[in-house]
Design a protein around this ligand. Structure first.
Ligand code: SF4
Length: 288
């Protein structure tokens, strides 16, 4: 979901549809994952406080009763803790009914913060961090140029959980293509298990025009999964997720063939049986 502005397209998670999107950065400081085209046309910059204050003032004039704010763009956690605290403080003093402040947080940026800083951000009002795990497999993480290892992703995820900030982790079906689907499913299941996020969002790889991974696919170097193979991959991934604390599971993103929601670990068998049911249908029914 997005809209156009003078400085590129603004993206936010589907669950932030009713939030005020406050761009504290423009673009993504990493900006080199091979499957991602979101901020390629935009020069990354951290917005100066003056611009942020102006945007908050405009929002307050429009709706002083705002309840939800999402700090954009791609990795707001790249900001120093002091600057984030200043922004959160300003938001809370401007909007007395504010109940939720959230942002994207890349594993690399998260690891630049210590637990005390994250606890301070939680106390100030940062309610949830959305973190793209994408895959738990080191070979795939290297090939997509994620810039972190599976071990670093686990450390970053656990750090957020230990701080008390809710963690919404996202994984992408099909990221290993046909060649690495089994490794992707098993390793990602293990990484999710080690982190035990509060929310797990499953998306399916969409090859964006001109993204490096789309070019690899055109050249035959990356072989995408078929829609049904993504369902098989999800089935295998779910089988390898073993968590104890409640985690809201959803695969209801528009990119997925089968939208599912539930709470893990309670609904794991129900979710698996729904996947099994789809996979056992005659092929022409599966795709309608
Ligand atoms: S997937 Fe996230 S970290 Fe990677 S380039 Fe896109 S916005 Fe940046």
């Amino acid at each position: 979901m997005y809209f156009d502005t003078a400085e590129g397209i603004v993206y936010r998670p589907p669950s932030e549809a009713n939030s005020f999107i406050l761009r504290v950065t423009i673009g993504c400081s990493h900006n080199s994952c091979t499957f991602c085209n979101m901020y390629r046309q935009v020069q990354f910059r951290i917005r100066p406080m003056k611009e942020i204050v102006e945007q908050i003032k405009s929002a307050a004039a429009y709706n002083p009763n705002l309840k939800k704010v999402f700090l954009a763009d791609g990795n707001a956690l790249v900001l120093s803790t002091n600057k984030l605290l200043e922004i959160i403080g300003l938001l809370k003093s401007t909007f007395p009914n504010l109940a939720s402040i959230t942002c994207y947080g890349a594993p690399k940026d998260t690891l630049r913060k210590n637990i005390s800083e994250l606890i301070e951000l939680k106390r100030a009002g940062l309610r949830m961090i959305y973190m793209g795990i994408e895959s738990g497999n080191d070979g795939i993480l290297t090939s997509i140029n994620k810039g972190v290892s599976s071990e670093e992703i686990i450390m970053a995820g656990q750090l957020v959980r230990d701080s008390g900030i809710r963690l919404a982790a996202m994984v992408i079906l099909g990221l290993g293509g046909k060649t690495h689907t089994v490794q992707h499913a098993i390793s990602t299941g293990k990484v999710v298990s080690a982190i035990n996020p509060s929310v797990l969002g499953v998306l399916t790889l969409t090859l964006e025009k001109d993204a490096p991974l789309a070019i690899e696919a055109e050249q035959g170097k990356f072989i995408p999964l078929s829609p049904l193979e993504t369902v098989e991959e999800l089935q295998q991934m779910l089988q390898h997720i073993h968590i104890t604390r409640p985690c809201v599971f959803n695969s209801n993103h528009i990119s997925n063939l089968l939208p599912l929601t539930g709470t893990l670990p309670r609904d794991k068998e129900i979710l698996l049986s729904e996947l099994k049911e789809l996979l056992s249908l005659p092929r022409k029914v599966q795709l309608t």
